[in-house]
Design a protein around this ligand. Structure first.
Ligand code: CP
Ligand code: NVA
Length: 328
């Protein structure tokens, strides 16, 4: 059994296989999730991850049950009179082992990545990260499906402009693993820790991709075919909103920045976007923008990922992919 908490939980071959399987399943009426039930639990708001994935599971014949995070992740609440030393309804271990008896996977968005690690300690079914403070691996799957659909197998240089956050980390990790030249530019005070930089370097040694930190957004743009943005202030960081916005004033993606890019450049954003802040309306709505393709692909990659993790994908699909030479 495999969990998917971060990009590195899939090998390069598995990551590429999930992209292929996703494209295949999206074009067929096969229902590999027939009679499968996935529990959804979201500690933070979500549109694309929640709706896109639920549609994908429905289309593959599966069912989704939503559970309140207080009920699932343990609220300190539920006794009319507090019992000393027993302020939780039950242990996370008991909750997860119960759910493992009924469901086939748990899809969960959390404030703290450690919550996912705790779930994995006890779960008998796959735990799938729907975004944590440190990783957003399903976004990276959708992003690389989108990039491959636009550029084929060409390893175009991609730069993330902005905050060294969950989305950026998963994008860079996946990019290096798949062989892309990955770049980054953002304010130093919100940059990568040495530990994360070491991780990127280790990935560069293991795979064919590369990682470059650029000293400005302009420098990054002149080396890139894809510029990628995310919000400057992530969910859970609202109390540092003003402070962060000041630091990011030189990192907006606008028409003038896009004009510095290499030929046939594209703009990407995981969304939700704050139009006029990290990106202008002009770029969001331009012909270069891939934002709605990315959003659509959030649904498409859920098909391959859940089928792969729950069903070990089904050899029938694998065989069909080989026979029809399904390409992205
Ligand atoms: N990109 C993304 O994860 O969007 P949601 O927060 O709406 O799910
Ligand atoms: N970095 C953002 C991504 C939202 C999809 C956040 O964590 O809020």
């Amino acid at each position: 059994m495999k969990h998917f908490l971060e990009v590195g939980n899939l090998s390069k071959a598995e990551f590429e296989y999930v992209l292929q399987l996703s494209s295949y399943l999206h074009e067929t009426s096969e229902e590999p999730l027939h009679q499968k039930t996935i529990l959804f639990c979201f500690e933070k708001p979500s549109l694309r991850t929640r709706v896109g994935t639920e549609v994908a599971i429905n289309q593959l014949g599966g069912k989704v049950i939503h559970i309140d995070p207080i009920a699932f992740l343990g609220g300190k609440i539920l006794h009319a009179k507090p019992i000393e030393g027993h302020d939780e309804r039950e242990s996370l271990k008991d909750t997860v082992l119960n759910v493992s008896q009924w469901c086939d996977a748990i899809f969960v968005r959390v404030f703290d990545h450690h919550t996912l690690l705790k779930l994995c300690q006890h779960s008998e079914i796959p735990i799938i990260n729907a975004l944590s403070d440190t990783h957003h691996p399903m976004q990276a799957l959708a992003d690389f499906l989108t990039i491959k659909q636009k550029y084929g197998e060409e390893k175009v240089p991609i730069s993330f402009i902005g905050d060294a956050n969950n989305v950026a980390k998963s994008l860079i990790e996946a990019g290096i693993m798949l062989g892309y030249p990955m770049g980054f530019s953002g304010p130093e005070e919100y940059g990568w820790s040495n530990e994360i930089l070491q991780k990127f370097n280790n990935l560069c040694e293991e795979y064919e991709g590369s990682f470059t930190s650029y000293s400005s957004a302009k420098e990054a743009a002149t080396h890139s075919r894809v510029l990628y943005a995310d919000t400057f202030v992530s969910m859970g960081e609202e109390d540092v909103y003003d402070e962060k916005l000041k630091s990011f004033s030189d990192f907006q993606i606008n028409e003038s920045l896009m004009s510095l890019c290499l030929n046939d450049a594209a703009f990407m954003h995981c969304l939700p976007a704050h139009r006029g802040i990290e990106v202008t309306n002009g770029v969001m709505d331009s012909a270069q923008s891939l934002i709605y393709e990315q959003a659509k692909n959030r649904m498409v990659v859920s098909k391959g990922l859940f089928s792969f993790l729950i069903e070990k994908k089904g050899e029938i699909a694998e065989e069909s992919i080989k026979q029809n030479e399904i390409l992205i």
